[in-house]
Design a protein around this ligand. Structure first.
Ligand SMILES: [Cu+2]
Length: 334
C-alpha cells in the first residue's frame, strides 16, 4: 500500500514536472531534481549524441553482458553443485569455447568503438562558429571575453547565499554576470586557466573541458532553447572550488545584440600606451586594433614567444590585465 502510494506520488510529481516544464517557456537547467535518474536533459547537439551513445549503445550492451554472466553463474551454481552433479567431468579444455570468449569481447569493443569515435569526432570537428567566447578560470571565478563583439573580459562570480535566497535562485549555481549567448548559434568556447587547472563544465550542453594555464582548449555548443543553464567548475582547484559556478543565459539574437551593445565599447581607460598614442585619442573608445604584443585575440594559435623584456612588458600594459596575465604565462612557457 505504502509502495503503491509512493509510486503514484512519483508519477504525479513526474507529470507535474512535465506540465511545468512545458508551461515554462524558458527552462532553468542544471539544478538538482528530486528523484531524477540518468543524464540532464540535452539542450545542445553534443549532449544529444552523448545521451544516444550512453542510452542506446552502452547501456544495452552492459545490461546484456551482466545478465548473461549472472545467468552463467546461476547455471553453474545450481546445475553443477555437489548434490546435483556428484561425479564431475575430468576434461579441462574446449577450443571452440575459448575462441568464442576471446573473439566476442573483441567484437563488442570494436562495435562500441565505432560509436565512441563518432562521438569523439563530433566533439573535435566543430561546425563553423558563429561567435567565440574566451573563458578563463581563476581562483575562484570565471572570466568571459567576447573578441568578436570587442567585449573585454567580464568577471562572473558566485551569487552570495543571501542574495540567491532572496531571489529564489540556487546558491552555488547562480552567478553574477553570467555568460550570455544567442540561441541556435554555434558558440566556440576557448578555455584557459590563469592560475591553476579548472574545468569548464556545462552538463546540459555536453561540455566539460579543462582550463589549463598556458594552454587554450576548445569546445563548442549550439544552445537549442532560450533559458538559464547551470554548470560548475569540475576540477578541484582550491578552497573555493565549490563557489565558482558557471551560468549561461541563452537569449534571442536581438536580446544578445542589446546585451553586447551594453557591454561594448567600454569607456577609455587611461593607460601609459593610450596617453602616449600619437594624436588626440578618440574619446570613449578603446583602440580598435589591439596594441602589438597584446594577445587579445584568443582565436589565434599560440604564437612563438614575443621578446620578453622591458619593451614587451610596456606593450602588454595596454591590454586588460586579466587577459594579459595568461598571455604572459604563455610566452613564458614557449
Ligand atoms: Cu574548481
Amino acid at each position: 500500500m505504502g509502495m503503491r502510494k509512493r509510486a503514484s506520488g512519483a508519477v504525479l510529481a513526474f507529470a507535474t514536472a512535465m506540465i511545468a516544464g512545458g508551461a515554462l517557456a524558458q527552462p532553468i537547467v542544471g539544478q538538482p531534481v528530486d528523484g531524477a535518474i540518468g543524464f540532464q536533459t540535452a539542450y545542445a547537439p553534443l549532449k544529444h549524441d552523448v545521451i544516444f551513445f550512453h542510452d542506446m549503445i552502452l547501456l544495452p550492451i552492459i545490461t546484456a553482458i551482466t545478465l548473461f554472466v549472472a545467468g552463467l553463474l546461476l547455471w553453474c551454481v545450481f546445475r553443477y553443485n555437489k548434490k546435483s552433479n556428484p561425479t564431475p567431468a575430468r576434461w579441462s579444455h574446449n577450443t571452440m569455447v575459448e575462441v568464442i570468449w576471446t573473439a566476442m569481447p573483441v567484437l563488442i569493443l570494436m562495435f562500441i568503438s565505432i560509436f565512441s569515435f563518432k562521438l569523439l569526432f563530433a566533439y573535435h570537428d566543430m561546425p563553423k562558429a558563429d561567435m567565440t567566447v574566451k573563458v578563463t578560470g581563476y581562483q575562484w571565478y570565471w572570466g568571459y571575453a567576447y573578441p568578436d563583439q570587442k567585449i573585454d573580459e567580464i568577471t562572473s562570480s558566485v551569487m552570495p547565499e543571501a542574495e540567491a535566497k532572496a531571489k529564489g535562485l540556487p546558491f552555488r549555481l547562480a552567478a553574477h554576470d553570467p555568460m550570455v549567448v544567442p540561441v541556435n548559434k554555434v558558440v566556440r568556447v576557448l578555455v584557459t586557466g590563469a592560475d591553476v587547472i579548472h574545468a569548464f563544465a556545462m552538463p546540459a550542453f555536453g561540455n566539460k573541458i579543462d582550463a589549463i594555464p598556458g594552454r587554450i582548449n576548445q569546445t563548442w555548443f549550439k544552445a537549442e532553447k532560450i533559458g538559464t543553464y547551470y554548470g560548475q567548475c569540475s576540477e578541484l582547484c582550491g578552497i573555493d572550488h565549490a563557489f565558482m559556478p558557471i551560468q549561461i543565459n541563452v537569449v534571442s539574437q536581438a536580446d544578445f545584440d542589446a546585451w553586447a551593445a551594453s557591454k561594448a565599447p567600454k569607456p577609455a581607460v587611461a593607460t601609459p600606451a593610450a596617453l602616449s598614442a600619437p594624436g588626440p585619442a578618440p574619446t570613449g573608445a578603446v583602440p580598435a586594433t589591439p596594441a602589438p604584443g597584446a594577445d587579445v585575440n584568443p582565436a589565434a594559435p599560440p604564437k612563438p614567444a614575443p621578446p620578453v623584456g622591458p619593451k614587451a612588458a610596456a606593450t602588454k600594459t595596454s591590454a586588460p590585465t586579466r587577459i594579459a596575465a595568461p598571455s604572459v604565462k604563455l610566452a613564458a612557457l614557449n
